[in-house]
Design a protein around this ligand. Structure first.
Ligand SMILES: C[S@@+](CC[C@H](N)C(=O)[O-])C[C@H]1O[C@@H](n2cnc3c(N)ncnc32)[C@H](O)[C@@H]1O
Length: 206
């Protein structure tokens, strides 16, 4: 098994995350790219992966915490702030956070970052929100938290079902670049038709 990112391992085509347990054997847990866009992105071999064991992450659209939990396993020395506004997934997110001391549940709409302005500084925003204004939400949070790095999972159909997905992705990238971000790479996601992972950082020299 080969470690490709902190606590993420690959063997053959399969992905695993590793949890080190005190006084017990390490647990390697299979991670299915069909069930997590982040796993699908990682399976594609990103060149500019922004997460490591020390990352402090603002995770927008955490849902029930299934991918957020893997981020927490990767970022063992950091913290993952998990924003989710809806009670049903939030209830499940809460019980996941109880089992991971570096996950913090935040019940809020990501369109209102002033509701969670109290969180500590973050160096990465990861967003997976299927809403028409997903790029605007990302930029809104970017301006408040100034993280330096980010991953935006874009679902083209949610933004404009009538347009060619590639044009939607291009518009999102133009909006990001017009707001002081560099697009480092964009990765079409296998298993998720019409989705792209866009990896950004704060534009250099600004
Ligand atoms: C695709 S699901 C997330 C799945 C999760 N990221 C995972 O991989 O386990 C999108 C989530 O975004 C949440 N969401 C929708 N609108 C939101 C908003 N305005 N602010 C924050 N989260 C939102 C939804 O409730 C849903 O849980």
């Amino acid at each position: 098994m080969r470690e490709i990112f902190d606590n993420v391992y690959q063997e053959g085509g399969a992905l695993f995350t590793k949890t080190a347990l005190p006084r017990a054997k390490d647990v390697y847990e299979p991670w299915d790219p069909k069930k997590s866009k982040l796993a699908a992105m990682i399976a594609e071999g990103p060149e500019h992966f922004p997460l490591n064991r020390r990352s402090h992450v603002l995770y927008l659209g955490a849902g029930a915490g299934s991918t957020a939990r893997r981020v927490a396993i990767m970022c063992t020395e950091g913290v993952v702030y998990c924003v989710e506004p809806f009670p049903t997934p939030f209830q499940r997110l809460l019980s996941v956070c109880e089992r991971h001391e570096n996950m913090v549940p935040v019940m809020a709409d990501a369109r209102s970052p002033e509701r969670y302005i109290f969180i500590a500084p973050v160096d990465c925003i990861y967003q997976d929100i299927a809403q028409p204004d997903q790029a605007r939400i990302f930029l809104l949070n970017w301006k408040v938290f100034e993280p330096g790095r980010g991953v935006l999972m874009v679902k083209a159909r949610c933004i404009d079902a009538a347009r060619e997905p590639q044009r939607v992705f291009d518009d999102v990238k133009t909006a990001l670049e017009g707001n002081g971000l560099d697009v480092l790479e964009s990765i079409p996601l296998p298993y998720y038709r019409g989705h792209e992972a866009i990896v950004v950082r704060k534009a250099q020299g600004r």
